[in-house]
Design a protein around this ligand. Structure first.
Ligand code: GLU
Length: 493
């Protein structure tokens, strides 16, 4: 660690192998928040050295995910910067130069072993129950022999690990982690296609880009001794290390697709707000204090500190995300909320609903909806009933579904409502009037409201639940309300 602290510069360095997932984006968020909280800079670097796993669309998806969450970068592929290019595939000479330096210092060597030989070696190691790893055959080649063979044989360049003693990682989050060098292996740094592996490229770039803190996922901790030894061999100063805790699913197993580890942009498509996502991700391993749970990007970028990241795994709880999403929906001002409703209605309502979406309908339903929606993709389904003369299409059995399939009960509920609501005059068609009429049905039907109300929901809205019924009927108006009950009776009868 250094006495004179360097200016804070952090980076997010995704591999473009697909759309970034939430677990991975948490590294971006923490790196960004750390830079911002310390008046530093945040970089985006694309680690595209694995040509086999490259997915064309992922660079766009990476940037789109960051932008959606409000994570901005000071240097990167699109904005450029003093350390351009920010694609590793465009920086190959830098890695080759570092590899040569290491060869000159005797800390790297060409390996000419064929794939068959390596397979046999691994099979033998497995059979003898020895740990896998390169056996060092080519480490013994003289430089002359290596140079000569290099003119006619393909090769990779391996790092010559120090196999004695220990390598110690000083990690801001985990403290000192000690690795036995005898368990290490001469790994490949530069592949036969001239592309570096992560281990080499990371060090060259973090150094050249003057990264002060390497904040990355816990899955890289076992590679740390490799990285530390390369820094030592090159005589370069390593950044400070911070390995973020694992994220587990609610079952306390590794986060999987099923437990929520899907693409960040899928969350957007499913109706989550960026504020909720940021708030949610921020607490996967970090906390502000022992009581704050609602926190915006402003506060995060003011107060984020690696000293409050814990080493033990964080649990990804989708219920928590849903709760936060509901919270931020309720915080929205009217204009944004109405624009959001309109946007989701345009997107999701059936084509039969007239476009543009009627702003008066949106305005009238907005306050009711705000209390009921946890995800934006619920909006269209909840308001569809307001747009047609009849209720939205529904299954024949839907009317009786919540009364155990009992047509008799459903009929009594519909008839009862017809009588009670028809008795209300047009001018008295208010929430209170409607509520009194429907509650009055309880004694006449000798049935609890709770029991028969789903039948009325289906008749009016095409679904057994939704935004509050009495208010909804006000919005629907007397004529459409009664018409829908008559339609329901006809269907039941
Ligand atoms: N390319 C690596 C990844 O996507 C970067 C890890 C790091 O942050 O150094 O996981």
């Amino acid at each position: 660690m250094t006495d004179s602290p360097r200016p804070v510069r952090t980076r997010y360095a995704p591999s473009p192998t697909g759309d970034p997932h939430v677990g991975n984006i948490r590294s971006a968020l923490f790196s960004w928040a750390y830079a911002r909280a310390n008046g530093g800079q945040f970089l985006l670097r694309i680690e595209d050295t694995d040509r086999n796993r490259f997915v064309e669309t992922s660079v766009g998806a990476i940037m789109e995910s960051l932008r959606w969450l409000g994570i901005d970068w000071d240097e990167g592929p699109d904005v450029g910067g003093p350390h351009a290019p920010y694609f590793q595939s465009q920086r190959l000479p830098l890695y080759q130069k570092a590899a040569e330096t290491l060869m000159d210092r005797g800390r790297a060597y060409r390996c000419f072993c064929t794939a068959e030989r390596l397979d046999q070696m691994r099979a033998a190691q497995a059979a003898a129950k020895r740990p896998p790893g390169y056996d060092g055959l080519c480490r013994a080649l003289s430089r002359e022999e290596s140079d000569t063979r290099a003119t006619r044989e393909p090769f990779v360049i391996r790092f010559a690990m120090n196999r004695e003693g220990q390598t110690v990682l000083h990690d801001i989050i985990r403290g000192d982690v000690v690795f036995e060098n005898s368990l290490q292996d001469d790994f490949v740094m530069l592949k036969s296609d001239g592309y570096p592996t992560y281990h080499l490229a990371l060090i060259v770039d973090d150094t050249e880009m003057e990264i002060s803190h390497c904040i990355r996922g816990d899955e890289w901790i076992s590679s740390a001794p490799k990285h530390i030894q390369i820094y030592e061999a090159l005589g370069w100063e390593p950044p400070q290390w911070a390995h973020l805790p694992l994220i587990l699913g609610p079952d306390h197993k590794k986060l999987s697709k099923r437990s929520g580890d899907t693409a960040v942009l899928d969350y957007r498509a499913n109706g989550y707000l960026p504020e909720a996502m940021v708030n949610f991700l921020a607490f996967l391993g970090w906390s502000l204090d022992d009581h704050t749970s609602i926190l915006g990007a402003d506060e995060l970028t003011k107060h984020f500190d690696l000293s409050r990241v814990v080493p033990n795994p964080a649990v990804f709880d989708i219920e928590r995300l849903n709760f936060l999403n509901g919270h931020y929906i309720r915080e929205m001002d009217d204009a944004r909320w109405e624009a959001t409703i309109t946007e989701w209605c345009e997107r999701q309502l059936p084509e039969s609903v007239h476009r543009p979406i009627d702003p008066m309908v949106v305005k009238s339903v907005a306050p009711l909806l705000k209390q009921r929606v946890a995800r934006l993709d619920e909006i269209a389904g909840m308001v569809e009933f307001l747009f047609g003369y009849e209720a939205p299409e529904h299954e024949l059995g839907a009317l009786t579904e919540r009364v155990g399939g009992d047509v008799e009960i459903a009929l009594r509920a519909v008839d009862g409502a017809l009588v009670a609501l028809a008795a209300i005059a047009e001018e008295q068609w208010t929430r209170d009037g409607i509520e009194a009429a429907i509650r009055g049905m309880e004694s006449a039907l000798e049935m609890k409201l709770r029991k028969f109300v789903p039948v009325l929901y289906v008749a009016e809205m095409g679904r057994p639940q939704g935004i509050p019924l009495f208010d909804s009927l006000v919005l629907l108006g007397r004529e459409r309300t009664l018409q829908r009950l008559r339609t329901a009776r006809a269907r039941l009868g």
